[in-house]
Design a protein around this ligand. Sequence first.
Ligand code: NAD
Length: 259
Amino acid sequence: MSVLIEEAESINHAVRLIKAASHVVAFTGAGISTPSGIPDFRSPDSGMWKQVDPFRVASIAGFRRDPSAFFRWVRPLAKLSLLAKPNEAHDALFKLEQIGKLKSIITQNIDTLHTKAGNRVVHELHGQIHEATCISCYKHFSAEKLIETFVETGEIPRCDCERKSILKPNVILFGEQLPFKTLQAAKKAVRACDILLVIGSSLEVAPASDLPLLARRNGARIIIVNESATDYDRMADIVLKGDAAKLLPTIVQQVENAI
Ligand code: NAD
């Protein structure tokens, strides 16, 4: 069977499943935002691998050891996140929510593009880059302005407290615990869904990557939309290989037409 016929059949299958479903949840990773210009971690030509190992520099141990290395590394990502706009894949998920199918999104992304697209229930498992906290006094900052200044000057953002300590962006670094309440809410969503739509994730970062297994154990169907193969492909009902910004709008349009 040709690849195109195979893809069309998988799309039809996905449309049939989503049409029949009453509770769809999306689980997204960095791949959904690459068409918005933000590189992921594991695509072979991703810029984020070129100079440093993100798993070293973006770890909590690395941050404590050398915060300036973390800020140097995160600066281009912060800039891209500031400039980025939701792409067709984010918009398709917003439409899926509007037509009553999608109940929530669980994302590993820190770029806030799902909320910018309009989705109302978004569980940000790894935090988000638009807020920061002082590492000494724990004062919380909305970081939009701070990020703009940091992106422009490269100066590490600091608190106005006595110690003028560094402000750590509210993102979960490798080696840190996930926010408890968010993880609980994500697990609840996964247990309730009849379809988990997994988009743009290598599924290599635990414990987030355990969520598709939980969905499976609770009887949900799994649809994976990803450019490269994942270890979870074998347990998925449908695997669509390709660009989420092309595949998702096609699927959602067909679901909408069929309602
Ligand atoms: P990952 O980099 O490990 O994997 C991304 C996956 O998406 C890859 O398998 C790749 O083949 C696929 N992909 C790339 N472009 C795609 C596209 N257009 N359509 C479909 N698939 C595409 O990402 P991950 O699994 O999310 O884990 C990485 C960690 O890095 C996460 O914790 C995340 O917080 C963080 N991260 C976030 C951002 C962001 O917020 N945009 C960017 C980089 C990394």
